[in-house]
Design a protein around this ligand. Sequence first.
Ligand code: HSE
Length: 309
Amino acid sequence: MEQLQIFSPATVANVSCGFDAMGFALDQLGDEMTFRKTSEKGTVVITKIEGAKLPYDAQKNAASFVALKMLEDAQADFGLELEIVKKYKPGSGLGSSAASSAGSAYAVNQFLNGTYTTLELVKFAMLGEELACGSPIADNVSAAVYGGFVLIRSYDPLEIVSIPTPDDLYVTVLHPQIELKTEDGRNVLPKKIPLKDAVKQWSNVGGLISGLYTSDYGLMGRSLEDIIVEPARKLFIPHFDAVKEAAIASGAVGAGISGSGPSIFALSKGKDQAQKTAHFMDEVYKNKGIEYNIYVSSIGKQGTRIIQP
Ligand code: HSE
């Protein structure tokens, strides 16, 4: 194989109550990346980046960094050229660096004839997350690699559990075009939490997972509550409370911050409801002088995938 074009999805991490422990993939929104094999052993050269200002230095770009680590680990006798087309801005809360890292891990493994397991691909992709935001977070990258809804049951050793989701589960995302760095969003978080808050939070994680298994939308809605991270981060997201209230008033099952923000997500039963929710969220943001995009998507059951062999 000389060339490969892949798609790597945008992802919603945390899903309110599951900070660093849950995430899911969107269906259509994501990065497109093209890889070409070269004879320059162990090297990665970025030839094009479209849609975002990101470093061309292979050691500083999450996608090429992951590729370099994999080529080194596998002692590959080839190198790669890489083109990245980003369809949404970095700093969105939609796992932009994770899409690049996961896409790279997936694609390089194709050139290596599937040397690595899916779990190992997540571990490589986490190196890209560490480079991009200072922490080797697994939620966005595992949702991108595995697709669907994932639970990070453990970081050490890494264990990822795929959680089934109802077919009519949809997400609406409002993405204000302001950049929030994940690193900054992590620095504002409490270092210690009261035990009663921890109890509430982990009960909600259990409730959300149970609701997904049983298609119990009421249970999902009651569990989409984050009393630890959201209060600290929402201050950086203009009109967050109003958007969340509007989403719930429209009939969405619940809403919260996507990843570290500024994107705001809402889950709904069915596409029509998700579109109605989009309309209600739009009403809050229009005429506020902030550019924004709104996406409606089913849960992306497939993660990173080949566009053109
Ligand atoms: N779980 C991470 C965080 C996701 O909330 O910081 C980053 O998008």
